[in-house]
Design a protein around this ligand. Structure first.
Ligand code: DI6
Ligand code: FE
Length: 403
């Protein structure tokens, strides 16, 4: 592909330690070659050779940022949980519904019943909503199949979605999401099964990382550890749903396995934060689930800041606790509900989200990184954090090509 040059933009590079907040460059230019960023800086500093050789795109004064990265979703599922939403408004709690055989298991029933094409079509609708707001990389977890065959179906759908929509999809095996009914009362037997499934799914090229739901209504730390050991035996990175509804000391466990990220963290302790800092794990904040469950305990942001734990922000797109396909809304909620600064929230959907997925080739605009970026009808990144329900995306570029 020829050299492409994007000019007449305010560029928010999101590069770490860039000096200016957001790595902002006034009257910036971005040169792209072979799907990678060849050069980024102020237009006046553009090397003449680049200027001469390039095909120019005029950004007309828009804001140019890295493509957004949604690093925690469960977007492959069938059906919906509107009835459960209604039950909660009539007084039932999320945990009560889960214990009564609803919740995650209700979605497992619907997902198992759906054929692969229908599951693909239902999930594609959600993925397209994310992409419409400038997402260029998305993580998708399994966890609504809960048998080898059904988990494989969900992970295949996730892989196919990436290919069909032209975005990067990173798959995470979340076999330890809930106890399937056929294993009722035998969680340890089910964990044995999860540890058996994993090598088979990995051999089919379906697994980029491994996750578990470590919680009173999920799996114990001891059970989570067994899943992590199976992942480690295959050289797969781990991440964890940790300390969402209670402090199970999941974050420290995950950190001891060098987890890419610990996610949710409303009940994270100081010891947990310290362990995460030592292991370099990212804290993935999920304000959509906090909002939707009407939680009142905010993740300990000050503690995470104090220990220098990188903060990411994601949708948690799932039918039960965050039926949300808007990462822009999460940018806002990270600020309004969790009091992140707009600059922190932006790092959370760009470079820190990339790190939560173990991706080092994206999440900022810098030479050598993938040319995944978005042009917005906006003047400043904070505008996108402030807005509720508006979508000023003009153009998405993926690997140098206009999507
Ligand atoms: N924590 C969550 O918030 C989602 N999964 C998890 O482990 C909820 C998934 C659901 O309710 O369907
Ligand atoms: Fe989740």
């Amino acid at each position: 592909m020829s050299l492409q040059l994007w000019t007449n933009a305010r560029v928010a590079t999101q590069a770490a330690g860039a000096g200016a907040p957001y790595g902002l460059i006034e009257d910036g230019a971005v040169a792209v070659e072979d799907g990678r960023i060849a050069w980024v800086g102020a237009r006046r500093d553009l090397p003449l050779a680049l200027d001469d050789a390039a095909v120019e795109h005029d950004a007309q004064g828009g804001l140019l940022t890295p493509g957004l990265i949604d690093c925690h979703t469960h977007l492959v599922y069938a059906g919906d949980r509107a009835a459960e939403f209604e039950a909660r408004l009539n007084g039932a709690s999320y945990e009560e519904i889960a214990r009564a055989g609803g919740g995650i298991v209700a979605t497992v029933r619907a997902t198992r019943a759906a054929d692969e094409e229908s599951l693909f079509a239902q999930s594609r609708r959600r993925l397209r909503s994310l992409l419409a707001e400038g997402v260029t990389t998305v993580e998708i977890k399994s966890g609504y199949g809960l048998s080898q065959e059904q988990e494989a179906k969900c992970l295949r759908v996730a892989r196919r979605l990436g290919a069909s929509e032209g975005v990067t999809v990173r798959t995470t095996f979340l076999g330890a999401h809930a106890l399937p009914p056929e294993f009722s009362g035998r969680p340890d037997d089910y964990i044995d099964e999860v540890c058996r499934m994993l090598p088979a799914l990995h051999a089919q090229g379906l697994v980029d990382a491994v996750d578990a739901f470590c919680e009173r209504i999920g799996f114990s730390p001891a059970q989570t550890r067994r899943v992590f050991e199976a992942a480690r035996a295959l050289g797969l990175p781990v991440k964890l749903h940790a300390e969402q509804l209670s402090d199970s000391e999941g974050a420290a466990l995950a950190a001891s396995f060098g987890a890419l990220s610990c996610d949710h963290l409303e009940w994270l302790s100081e010891a947990g934060a310290r362990a995460m800092a030592r292991s370099g794990s990212v804290a993935v904040l999920l304000p959509g689930a906090f909002y939707f469950l009407r939680e009142t305990r905010v993740p300990p942001i000050a503690l995470l800041r104090q220990h220098g734990v990188p903060l990411a922000v994601a949708t948690d797109c799932n039918p039960g606790t965050s039926p949300c396909t808007s990462l822009l809304l999460m940018l806002n909620m990270a600020c309004t509900l969790f009091r992140l600064t707009p600059e922190e929230a932006w790092a959370g959907v760009t470079r820190h989200a990339a790190r939560a997925l173990g991706l080092h080739d994206r999440g900022a605009l810098a030479p050598g990184l993938r040319a995944d970026f978005v042009l917005w009808d906006a003047q400043h990144p904070a505008e996108l954090c402030q807005a509720l329900g508006s979508n000023p995306r003009r153009t998405t570029v993926i690997e140098g090509r206009i999507a």
